[in-house]
Design a protein around this ligand. Structure first.
Ligand SMILES: *[C@@H]1O[C@H](CO)[C@@H](O)[C@H](O)[C@H]1NC(C)=O
Ligand SMILES: *[C@@H]1O[C@H](CO)[C@@H](O)[C@H](O)[C@H]1NC(C)=O
Ligand SMILES: *[C@@H]1O[C@H](CO)[C@@H](O)[C@H](O)[C@H]1NC(C)=O
Ligand SMILES: *[C@@H]1O[C@H](CO)[C@@H](O)[C@H](O)[C@H]1NC(C)=O
Ligand SMILES: *[C@@H]1O[C@H](CO)[C@@H](O)[C@H](O)[C@H]1NC(C)=O
Ligand SMILES: *[C@@H]1O[C@H](CO)[C@@H](O)[C@H](O)[C@H]1NC(C)=O
Ligand SMILES: *[C@@H]1O[C@H](CO)[C@@H](O)[C@H](O)[C@H]1NC(C)=O
Ligand SMILES: *[C@@H]1O[C@H](CO)[C@@H](O)[C@H](O)[C@H]1NC(C)=O
Ligand SMILES: *[C@@H]1O[C@H](CO)[C@@H](O)[C@H](O)[C@H]1NC(C)=O
Ligand SMILES: *[C@@H]1O[C@H](CO)[C@@H](O)[C@H](O)[C@H]1NC(C)=O
Ligand SMILES: *[C@@H]1O[C@H](CO)[C@@H](O)[C@H](O)[C@H]1NC(C)=O
Ligand SMILES: *[C@@H]1O[C@H](CO)[C@@H](O)[C@H](O)[C@H]1NC(C)=O
Length: 615
């Protein structure tokens, strides 16, 4: 029997040696030398590796060692300050490493985790010797500036579970080597050129029994997606294959993967019917098959039952048809539903939100009972009035488009209670009455489009309070009276279109002042009279000035030669749009999309019906 004190001592010693750490053990000399060599090959302008000195390499930044043997297990030199490569260029690459990757890394025989992501190895190939790091479980070379072919030697990494080589400039001729990585759980090759691998890519991957995530977006994969007789990957939960150019139906085996949680195959050139079996995948949370153009499905069948956990359905820009069944209301987890640009019709259940634009929905507007931020019911055939109590129904809405329907009656004053609104688009309906002054309470408003209605009365001067407003379309109505002076406060304005109304009075000189962002000024077809104010030529950003069909007279001021912006050709429009293609460009508050249809017109300063004299 041991003395209790001895027992305690024994415990302490034991605790310290087993539970002790690499600080006490220290690092292996051969590994320290290997790391020192590795460091020598790197360019490290910000001196990230300043801690890489002294004898215990286990204490160096990014290095972790085994707590009893001291062997190096982890080399994590990912750049923690990555910047969006499409964002701020000046800060992108801050803290990056570049240079060479010394083969001395091979000496780290116990290495399990190697992360060099988000550095800038300017075009060097992925080193072949990495294939000899037999214990490697995690290899992350994402976004690190590698180029060239991936060599089959990586297939020797039979312990590898995570391989991320996304966003480099690499290509792969053949995927045979992948089948050697039998432990693979996560494979990300987004952006790699796989156009040479041929149709057997999927049978090859089907040998990876433990695969849970597959990411191969923008890989140049093409052609028919082969069928599989046996689906081997029974753990697969995330499949991301967007932006490839398959010319294929959706393969049936996809609906046999009962572990599937997220499937994304947008812009893939898929056609044929969407398999009904997706609804039966009880773990499926997100499905994105948008922009395939030629996928078909009957909504009443596809959404009849199932979809228990579904949160996101994006099927925009396809050929879906039919009605949404009543059971649709059972998809209680749904947060995002996008059927933009299909042929779906009928009344819609009242519990859902977002983008149902460009379909054939009819009847009164179904306002959601759930609190949504975005409602796009544009370009359907909704009729009737906008509910009086709209403000109480959707108090947290940010984006509201009812454009392109057959709505009648007045715009409810309660619109002003939706305080967070950034976009109101009621254009192209049959709304009448006057513009409610309460709209001015929506102080975050960036876009107001009431054009192509039957609105009458004055433009309320309260609109002058909308200091964030960028776009105001009030054209093609029956508005009358003068331009309220308060509008001169709209200093963010880029587009002011009040053409085709019955507005009178002179064109106020203040239009030339304070609107430094104004690009489009359209006053066409009103009853403005008098002379053109000289100050108009101060509008330095102006691209479109349309004053045709008014009763203006006098001379065109000589200073009109000064519009600087008009002389510049600009291909992209960053000002007119506020969500007509929102589904493709991201949620609000993004208010512009590259490549949008736009109204930019050439200078039309005199369409004819004014009375200018040449000077
Ligand atoms: C040492 O490593 C083992 C296995 O990796 C782990 O279970 C143990 O908690 C570690 N001990 C300490 C003190 O970190
Ligand atoms: C870091 O990235 C920036 C931007 O890509 C590049 O100009 C710079 O040369 C890189 N630094 C190193 C050490 O490679
Ligand atoms: C990979 O393994 C093959 C044989 O299995 C061997 O010939 C080759 O040298 C290995 N490559 C590396 C980089 O270890
Ligand atoms: C690889 O690194 C990047 C950036 O550091 C990270 O976003 C990504 O999730 C990593 N991949 C894996 C599989 O952990
Ligand atoms: C399924 O996996 C087994 C074991 O790796 C393999 O022998 C078989 O060929 C795989 N099936 C297919 C269809 O690839
Ligand atoms: C998919 O599942 C169906 C029925 O559940 C079965 O008949 C079919 O053989 C399966 N296909 C594959 C490729 O496993
Ligand atoms: C859809 O089908 C039409 C007609 O067959 C074809 O012209 C078009 O390219 C297809 N779209 C896509 C994205 O494959
Ligand atoms: C909704 O689900 C419940 C229970 O899951 C079911 O009883 C009901 O019939 C479903 N409603 C519709 C319209 O399918
Ligand atoms: C608006 O139109 C409705 C018919 O849709 C009509 O009853 C109402 O009087 C009109 N209101 C105004 C102010 O013109
Ligand atoms: C909305 O605006 C009107 C006047 O335009 C004002 O009387 C009213 O108090 C405002 N309501 C809120 C909630 O701000
Ligand atoms: C617009 O309103 C006028 C009456 O103010 C009415 O005569 C006309 O039919 C309406 N137009 C439309 C398109 O509703
Ligand atoms: C316009 O701005 C001025 C000063 O910024 C302010 O005094 C005035 O009340 C504003 N007018 C309107 C209608 O908001």
């Amino acid at each position: 029997m041991l003395h209790p004190l001895l027992l305690l001592l024994f415990f302490l010693i034991n605790h310290f040696s087993c539970g002790g750490n690499a600080r006490l053990i220290g690092c292996l000399e051969s590994e320290r030398e290997a790391l020192t060599d590795f460091k020598k090959g790197l360019e490290d302008p910000e001196n990230r590796l300043s801690s890489w000195k002294g004898s215990n390499c286990c204490e160096w930044r990014g290095i972790h060692c085994h707590n009893t043997t001291g062997a190096v297990l982890t080399v994590d030199l990912h750049n923690p300050h990555p910047q969006d490569p499409f964002g701020s260029p000046s800060r992108y690459g801050f803290w990056n490493l570049s240079g060479e990757i010394s083969p001395s890394l091979k000496m780290l025989e116990s290495l399990k985790h190697l992360d060099l992501s988000f550095n800038t190895f300017n075009g060097i190939p992925i080193p072949e010797f990495l294939g000899s790091l037999k214990n490697l479980q995690y290899l992350n070379l994402s976004h690190a500036g590698f180029s060239g072919r991936i060599l089959p030697s990586l297939g020797n990494l039979s312990s590898l579970q995570f391989l991320d080589v996304s966003s480099n400039f690499i290509s792969v001729d053949n995927l045979e080597w992948v089948t050697g990585i039998v432990s693979m759980e996560y494979l990300n090759m987004n952006g790699a050129d796989l156009s040479m691998v041929g149709p057997d890519w999927i049978p090859k991957l089907n040998k990876l029994l433990f695969l849970t995530e597959l990411h191969m977006s923008s890989c140049g994969l093409s052609g028919f997606i082969p069928s599989l007789t046996v689906v081997n990957f029974t753990s697969l939960s995330v499949v991301e294959l967007d932006s490839n150019s398959f010319n294929s139906e959706i393969p049936n085996w996809l609906v046999n993967i009962s572990s599937l949680e997220a499937l994304s195959m947008s812009s893939c050139g898929l056609h044929g019917r969407i398999p009904l079996g997706f609804g039966e995948l009880s773990r499926l949370k997100s499905i994105d098959l948008s922009l395939n153009e030629n996928l078909t499905a009957s909504c009443s069948q596809l959404f009849r039952a199932g979809w228990e956990k579904i949160e996101v359905i994006s099927l925009a820009s396809n050929k879906l048809h039919g009605k949404l069944p009543a059971s649709f209301g059972n998809m209680t987890a749904l947060t995002d539903f996008d059927l933009f640009d299909n042929n779906v019709k009928g009344g819609i259940p009242s519990s859902i939100d977002v983008d149902l634009s460009y379909n054939l929905f009819e009847g009164p507007i179904p306002f959601p009972i759930v609190d949504v931020e975005l409602l796009d019911l544009s370009n359907n055939v909704f009729s009737g009035h906008i509910p009086k109590a709209i403000g109480e129904t959707i108090p947290n809405m940010i984006f509201l488009s009812l454009s392109g329907n057959q709505l009648t009656g007045e715009i409810p004053a309660s619109i002003g209670e939706i305080l967070l609104l950034q976009v109101i688009d009621f254009s192209n309906n049959r709304l009448n009455g006057s513009i409610p002054p309460t709209i001015a309470n929506c102080s975050f408003l960036k876009a107001l489009d009431l054009s192509k209605n039957n609105l009458s009365g004055n433009i309320p001067s309260s609109l002058g309070q909308l200091s964030l407003l960028q776009t105001m379309h009030l054209s093609d109505n029956k508005l009358s009276g003068q331009l309220p002076q308060a509008l001169q406060n709209l200093s963010s304005l880029e587009t002011l279109d009040i053409g085709n109304n019955m507005l009178t009075g002179s064109i106020p000189p203040w239009i030339g002042k304070g609107f430094e962002h104004l690009r489009i000024l359209r006053l066409r077809s009103n009853a403005f009279s008098g002379e053109l104010p000289i100050m108009l030529s101060n509008l330095s950003s102006l691209h479109v000035l349309d004053l045709a069909e008014n009763q203006l007279n006098g001379s065109i001021p000589a200073s009109f030669g000064d519009f600087k912006a008009m002389a510049q050709v600009e291909n992209t429009n960053r000002y007119l749009f506020y969500g007509k293609y929102r589904g493709l460009c991201g949620p609000p508050p993004i208010v512009s999309c590259p490549g949008d249809r736009d109204n930019e017109r050439i200078l039309e300063d005199d369409g004819g019906d004014n009375d200018f004299i040449d000077k």
